[in-house]
Design a protein around this ligand. Structure first.
Ligand SMILES: [Zn+2]
Length: 178
């Protein structure tokens, strides 16, 4: 689902949509997103503003939402040795930045499919993955440590962020059908 497409339809500016995709200058405004997402849960709303309009003003509020979510995961998933506040903070910030900057997988052009099967590069997600070394470096641990105790948790956090984004997309779709 493309958020820009949904918002364009909601705002009845379909004819500008192609132009929006082609030019990098035109962006969604936080006001457009705010209007389309009123009534949505705070976490999903803040994420949509941050990811769809690169609105840095919501970053710290959103980050604390993500940290609360990660803390909840650490408890429910029993992440031994991961209760330290600095680890929760590092994982939250990395996941959030990664989520915002993830770009389309070059191998499948974001479709997630190559020759009718799931793309081997991105495992069907359609998004380009950073290497484990880069991610390990970002939180200041060795690659083997990243693989042993960070990578799985990182993917879980990303999955929750994807759910939040889907909630935001679903909210707009509901309004389109109303
Ligand atoms: Zn791919």
């Amino acid at each position: 689902m493309d958020a820009r497409y949904l918002l364009a339809r909601l705002n009845s500016i379909e004819h500008h949509y192609e132009k929006q995709i082609q030019s990098t200058g035109e962006k969604l405004t936080p006001m457009m997103v705010a209007a389309a997402l009123s009534g949505l849960e705070k976490s999903a709303y803040l994420l949509a503003r941050y990811v769809w309009c690169q609105d840095e003003t919501v970053y710290s509020e959103l980050l604390s939402e993500v940290e609360q979510m990660v803390q909840g995961l650490a408890l429910s998933e029993e992440w031994c040795g991961f209760a330290a506040e600095e680890k929760i903070q590092a994982l939250s910030a990395l996941a959030l930045r990664y989520f915002q900057h993830r770009s389309l997988c070059k191998a499948c052009s974001g479709t997630g499919i190559v020759k009718i099967t799931s793309c081997p590069q991105c495992f069907g997600s359609g998004k380009q993955r950073l290497t484990h070394s880069v991610l390990a470096n970002a939180v200041g641990v060795h690659r083997s440590n990243w693989l042993r105790s960070w990578n799985e948790k990182f993917n879980l956090v990303l999955a929750v962020l994807s759910e939040w984004e889907e909630e935001a997309c679903g909210h707009i779709q509901k309004q389109l059908c109303a």
